[in-house]
Design a binder for this molecule. Sequence first.
Ligand code: PLP
Length: 387
Amino acid sequence: MDLFEASLSARLMATKEKGLYRRLRTAHENEEIQVFSSNNYLGLAQDERVKRAAIRAIEAYGTGSGGSRLTTGNLSLHERLESTIAAWKQKASAIVFSSGFLANLGTISTLMGPGDTIFSDALNHASIIDGCRMSKAQTIVYRHTDMRDLEEKLRSAPATGKKLIVTDGVFSMDGNIAPLPQIVELAETYGAWVMVDDAHAAGVLGKTGAGTAEYFGLSGRVHLAMGTLSKSIGAEGGYVAASEPVVEYLRNYARTFIFQTSLSPGVIGAALEAIEMIRTEPERRQRLLDNAAYMRAGLKEMGFTLVEGSTPILAVVIGAAERAVAFSRHLEERGVFAPAIRPPTVPEGSSRIRVTLTAVHTRTQIDRALAAFAAAGKELGVGALKF
Ligand SMILES: *Cc1c(COP(=O)(O)O)cnc(C)c1O
């Protein structure tokens, strides 16, 4: 091993010693194991109608777009997807990127710059954090969903420059919903714009599944409605819906849009069909929320500590990283896959089992998962165990 590799492996060793080493694993494709960790909340990634739509788009347009949107990669499909997203989000316009990560990076770093101020929730997604860093704007992190802290920080911020409050709509590791009504009020009082990342809220919250702003009836007061096509929508790609001038600006200056090959036809075919189903078939969303409420109630009854919330993301707090990993292993031995989430993804001492429900889980599968939690809890002394 040369010096270069030795320095890399020293860091990996230290990570292993802290119980924070990460390993890639293949999804449980054929095994007798039930997955409780997918972001494919509505099961649309395996839905026959969505798959056929993807195949039709591939047959009509091919597998790859062959260029960036501004060169040769702009298909009518891309424009149809953008107008569909804009209408769904009740915005004048929308722009799609190759992933949600790139949507956040490109949007935040392009709209904000030196002299501007960003107010960012402490538990925002990594792609928001990196977008803030890339922007070179001053980034002020406020305590998670703490509106008093946000107001204080807005009050003492520089008077000049643009201001943006950015938040996850549904927080990916805790499953709670951002206090958007208060955020919007504060934004209007202090002259800031609001950006909401609805990666985990689109398809889940709101009358037509449009997300957090629709859920609170605030679509007109959120300036930048960001989301991903990779979770409930079951495809791939990210988007921002906003006013026409904002989208026009991003089309011209967002480097993650300009210098990226555009989304491939199959992905767009799938996304268009999935959004249509989300808008017109609320029963899928209802089944998802019912499943989540059922599992949440079951876990609470057994004495587990859950982060409060009403979304399909259940954060069962265990504590130390090693303990959470052991818990997850016990679950897996009992046929249930739900990963341990450890630092740096969550704060030290709050390692957890992150459970996500989907609309396609059956009650039998959920009951089996609850039994696995009871058994694992008994073995490791977690929960009050009324089983
Ligand atoms: C998953 C996720 C993203 C990134 O989306 P991708 O399409 O996977 O790149 C951004 N923000 C949040 C909150 C997410 O959970």
